[in-house]
Design a protein around this ligand. Structure first.
Ligand SMILES: *Cc1c(COP(=O)(O)O)cnc(C)c1O
Length: 426
């Protein structure tokens, strides 16, 4: 057995499926996951000494690559002053001021430790602010694993969402409405049916948890107009897209001002940092200023924030996002050419440093179109690439990420591997 296999067998004895988050178990692609020993720049090394070019980046946070020296320096320096105080520290103000400066929609912000906490808290806040109960989410969007969000579409417009996980009672999901993404008619009808019941609409402005699906022209604008008209809170869940797709995140890319925004991933640079924030009048409803309770022992942890601030500072470099976007485009364009030459039905797209790969003739725009992609062929592509030292996300329904550490030579090596692999999965 390889070291990876030995570790995976050992892990499964004390950790369910051997992993601490399900997708890491490789269930959808099959086989055993490599156990990672070390990362540097765009690369990873596993327990057997295999080297990979990494397009997962810890699922998005590592926008400057692994173990960036400036991020490590900031973390080391902060750690020497103590790990946690449960009392205010200046770096929390620095992060809050930075986020408010960089995102025009952000007037106040509260820091938490995971994207799940950020979305859960933002929804509670929206309900407390409006005094309404129902929330709307879109099929295929993921907003963390809190009970009320583990829901799949019901049969009618305002029928109860059905729990999508065991352990979630229907009473908890009955106020969550699930509608099709990129379908303005459906959400318009939902508001007409219950004009004063919907507290919030939460959306991934670019959906990155059903592979990658961009908003159709007018979709986000339509959500903005409907929420303003009916007095509902528009929440952009930018945990993935925040500072990833554009200097001002998806809201800057599309020029829409949400009422609340949730952030995570990049703002922690690989450490547990997330945030929610937005309009002052809404944010002032949070305890102890207002009646909406929210708290966290490790919220605003100074060492984690040091990693986040150092990472964000690096993204402030002139041309950072232009260069990141060019890297993602070189990858997606090259993969499309390689697939075409091999006669494999394939398409790809990107926005900033985030990309989607699809085993389908054209880039999907809806959940149904994403689900129709050829998963079997993706799985063969995934394993072929992994064998060539290229680490893509182990699922056909995850977005991919490049970092500023990915150099043209890394892209060329990836494309050389892809030419070989596409020819073998024709
Ligand atoms: C990753 C993600 C979350 C959940 O964040 P965690 O830190 O894993 O809890 C929420 N929303 C979106 C859009 C995400 O991509």
């Amino acid at each position: 057995m390889s070291q990876n296999e030995i570790l995976f067998a050992r892990a499964q004895k004390t950790i369910p499926a051997g992993v601490n988050s399900p997708v890491r178990a490789f269930r959808s692609v099959g086989g055993a996951p490599p156990f990672i020993v070390r990362g540097e720049g765009p690369c990873l090394w596993d327990a057997d000494g295999n080297q990979y070019i990494d397009y997962v980046g810890s699922w998005g946070p590592l926008i400057v690559g692994h173990a960036h020296p400036e991020v490590l320096r900031a973390v080391n320096a902060k750690a020497h002053d103590g790990l946690s105080f449960g009392a205010p520290t200046e770096i929390e103000i620095e992060m809050a001021e930075y986020l408010c400066r960089r995102l025009p929609s952000m007037e106040m912000v509260r820091l938490v430790s995971s994207g799940t906490e950020a979305t859960m808290s933002a929804l509670r806040l929206a309900r407390g602010y409006t005094g309404r109960a129902k929330i709307v989410k879109f099929e295929g969007c993921y907003h963390g694993h809190s009970d009320g969000l583990l829901v799949k579409a019901g049969s009618g417009l305002l029928t109860f969402g059905q729990p999508s996980s065991a352990g979630v009672p229907p009473s908890i999901t009955q106020d969550t409405v699930v509608l099709p993404y990129n379908d303005l008619a459906a959400i318009t009808a939902a508001f007409r049916e219950a004009p004063e019941a919907i507290a919030a609409v939460i959306v991934e402005p670019i959906a990155g948890n059903m592979n990658m699906a961009k908003p159709k022209a007018g979709f986000l604008e339509g959500l903005r107009a409907l929420c303003s008209q009916y007095g509902a809170v528009l929440i952009f869940d930018e945990v993935m897209t925040g500072f990833r797709v554009h200097r001002q995140s998806a809201q800057g890319r599309y020029g829409i001002t949400p009422d609340l925004t949730t952030l995570g991933k990049v703002i922690g640079g690989g450490m547990p940092v997330a945030a929610f924030g937005g309009k002052r009048a809404i944010m002032e409803c949070i305890a102890p200023l207002g009646p909406v309770y929210q708290a966290g022992t490790l919220s605003g942890n100074p060492v984690a924030l040091a990693a986040g601030m150092a990472t964000l500072a690096l993204t402030d470099a002139p041309g950072f996002y232009e260069s990141l976007a060019a890297t993602a485009q070189a990858l997606t364009k090259g993969l499309q050419e390689a697939a075409k030459a091999a006669g494999v039905a394939f398409s790809a797209t990107s926005e900033g440093g985030m990309f989607g790969l699809y085993f389908a003739d054209r880039v999907p725009e809806t959940y149904a179109e994403v689900m129709a992609c050829d998963v079997g062929r993706f799985n063969r592509f995934f394993h072929g690439m992994l064998d060539e030292g290229i680490y893509f996300a182990p699922s056909a329904f995850e977005a991919g990420f490049v970092s500023s550490a990915h150099q043209p030579g890394d892209i060329e090596a990836t494309l050389a591997a892809a030419r070989k692999v596409f020819a073998g999965i024709r």
